[in-house]
Design a protein. Structure first.
Length: 347
């Protein structure tokens, strides 16, 4: 992978360009988490209610986790569901402490409509009520259930079985993909999308790429990152209590060879404190012969496509995301079709 081979190239991504006249809602993690959850829930509901259905079908079911907990799946199918659809699993973000499984509804409906896929949005239990490793275990249990119950989803996983997510959801997509290889999941995962993921710590950055892992310092207090600066990251970690050396948190703790991973698409944001996690992960995949694509969006913060959806970079990010699901599913469509359907979600 020829992109971002030098420290100075990575640092250039962190020049602020986002719209400071339209700041995102403040998210203060020094107090109770519930008010922050309510802000996020309201944003999710607005997106859900305003997104066109594109004639998709939606159902909700509960499935059992390993401890008997009933976890919710939100399922989106194309209007003309064939009974042999590929599956895309979309995992929501929110620093492991907030968010819900309707968060990615714009992706879900557009993917189902464009690619004829069944899109499954699993739930996972949140910290601090449910600390690490509850979240990765819940997602793993959900993915196993999906693999064993494809017919109930009008699905044929041999046509495609893709994991995707943003932020914490990107982390969970990555570690679940590695776990699927380790546990020999059948049918196997065939593609991964990781948008603005967290996937390493200072202890686990490969020596080869330590010089490129600079966003924790460069963007520690970059503008436009509500609730995601150096201070709040420590707050999230105190709530989640992840084991930084566990394979359920970072693929760099896994014994699974990176060469065994399926094709992967990674996105990073230039002002994001997590930016270089994605850059380094993509480079390591490429070093190991994995088909990998990386897109970086200079000058915008973590979650820019949700916070400032009408920015040029945010629109491009959403178009790139939807287009690359076609690449991951081996079902490409024209860029014009992608641009058209994404434009409809912004009205």
């Amino acid at each position: 992978m020829e992109q971002y081979n030098k420290k100075e190239d990575v640092l250039k991504l962190g020049i602020a360009t986002q719209n400071s006249k339209n700041p995102p809602p403040p998210m203060d993690l020094s107090g109770p988490i519930e008010p922050v959850r309510q802000i996020v829930a309201a944003m999710e509901k607005t997106a859900y209610d305003s997104c066109p259905s594109f004639d998709t079908q939606e159902t909700v079911i509960d499935i059992p986790m390993r401890d008997g907990h009933q976890s919710n799946l939100h399922i989106v199918k194309p209007g003309n569901s064939s009974g042999a659809n590929p599956v895309v699993v979309l995992i929501f973000g929110g620093a492991f402490v907030m968010g819900s499984n309707i968060q990615s509804i714009v992706w879900a409906r557009t993917i189902a409509a464009l690619y004829g896929a069944t899109v499954v949005q699993p739930s996972y239990r949140l910290a601090p009520e449910h600390k690490f490793p509850t979240a990765p275990n819940d997602i793993w249990d959900s993915v196993q259930w999906i693999a064993a119950n494809a017919s109930a989803l009008d699905a044929d996983l041999t046509k495609g079985f893709v994991l995707g997510g943003g932020s914490a959801g990107g982390n969970l997509a990555i570690v679940t993909a590695h776990r699927a290889v380790k546990e020999k999941l059948s049918p196997p995962i065939t593609g991964v999308l990781a948008s603005i993921p967290v996937c390493m710590s200072q202890e686990t950055v490969p020596e080869k790429y330590k010089e490129l892992w600079v966003s924790r310092e460069q963007n520690g207090y970059a503008p436009g990152n509500p609730g995601l600066d150096a201070k709040s990251v420590k707050g999230y970690e105190a709530l989640y209590q992840q084991d930084l050396l566990s394979e359920d948190f970072s693929p760099f703790n896994s014994t699974v060879p990176f060469s065994a991973l399926p094709r992967t698409y990674v996105q990073v944001a230039g002002l994001d404190i997590l930016r270089d996690d994605g850059i380094v992960y993509a480079k390591v995949l490429g070093d190991n012969g994995v088909e990998v694509r990386l897109d970086a969006y200079p000058g915008v913060p973590h979650g820019h496509f949700n916070l400032w959806p009408h920015l040029k970079q945010s629109i491009k990010s959403q178009e790139d995301t939807i287009w690359h699901f076609g690449w991951l599913l081996h079902r490409p469509v024209s860029r014009e079709r992608v641009e058209g359907i994404v434009a409809l979600t912004r009205k």
